[in-house]
Write a protein that binds this ligand. Sequence first.
Ligand SMILES: C[S@@+](CC[C@H](N)C(=O)[O-])C[C@H]1O[C@@H](n2cnc3c(N)ncnc32)[C@H](O)[C@@H]1O
Length: 300
Amino acid sequence: MQNYIDYRKIQKPLNFENFTVEIGFGSGDFLIRLAEQNKEEIFFGVEKSWISINKLLKKCKLKKINNIYCTRLDAYWTFQLLFKNKSVKTIIINYPDPWFKKSHIKKRLTKKENLFVYAKKLIDNGEIKIRTDHYPFVEFTLQESEFLKCFSTTVSNLSINEPLTKYEKKWLSIGKNIWEIVLKKEKEPEFIETKKIMEVKELFPVKICKEKLNIDAISHKEFKIEEGLYLKCFSVWKNNGDYAIEVVLSEKDFLQAFFITAKNKGEYFIIDVSKFSEILKTEGIQKALNFLAKLFMEVL
Ligand SMILES: C[S@@+](CC[C@H](N)C(=O)[O-])C[C@H]1O[C@@H](n2cnc3c(N)ncnc32)[C@H](O)[C@@H]1O
């Protein structure tokens, strides 16, 4: 079985029902234990670290576990893009980075925009279970959940007999308090504005006249294409009259790094995403191709 899900290549949303998701699984031991104890259920691990993904995949292979899937993607986008509404039974978040500073609040896994998307994907009476050693994080999570008016909440002090994660072992060995927050979905969340991106079936290359291409206009430059869509261009490589430009596109904060090519066809150039770049095809990428083509036309 293929445990890894490449979100860029699959049909979305996934057809999973009544499954459990662990966000930020770290070493993966907690998820492995759950999957081993509940062989008839499906588990899904979400991580932004390749190191964690590879650790989990190795363990799954070694233990022949076939009821865990995982993807390397930010939790918000995993829920937004991959899961059906009302399909997730339980969401587990163990010892999330608390992001202590106020300026880092937007990185917290329990900010209201995230809780909104989690809530939409939970089944009725589904639960979010969070463990943390940081009380201000408990308070923050409860405050954010109140905006959505859809959860009943309980907070308890956990006594753990069998520490399962690296952080649990560490906190217990130094006598720290551990809290568990349970947010139970009682109804649909109140609407709040959230970030969305649009996938497209196909990306269309753009043709421009040969004499218009001024590659220096984009090398090591940053562009605002529209509100929420930013393109950063890095180095440009030249090979037999063709060009490849390394870029990062931020589309509603969804980041993609890839190469754009300008292929010399004699009379004209074709601007496209390099066939070696693995991307999620989005409206934003099409806009970036159109934007660059227009820019090349304007600079001369
Ligand atoms: C403090 S560690 C806890 C790891 C594990 N749950 C444990 O208890 O040992 C937090 C983990 O969350 C992951 N993480 C942080 N922000 C994330 C996000 N936005 N989406 C997915 N994973 C995230 C990190 O890569 C890291 O592995």
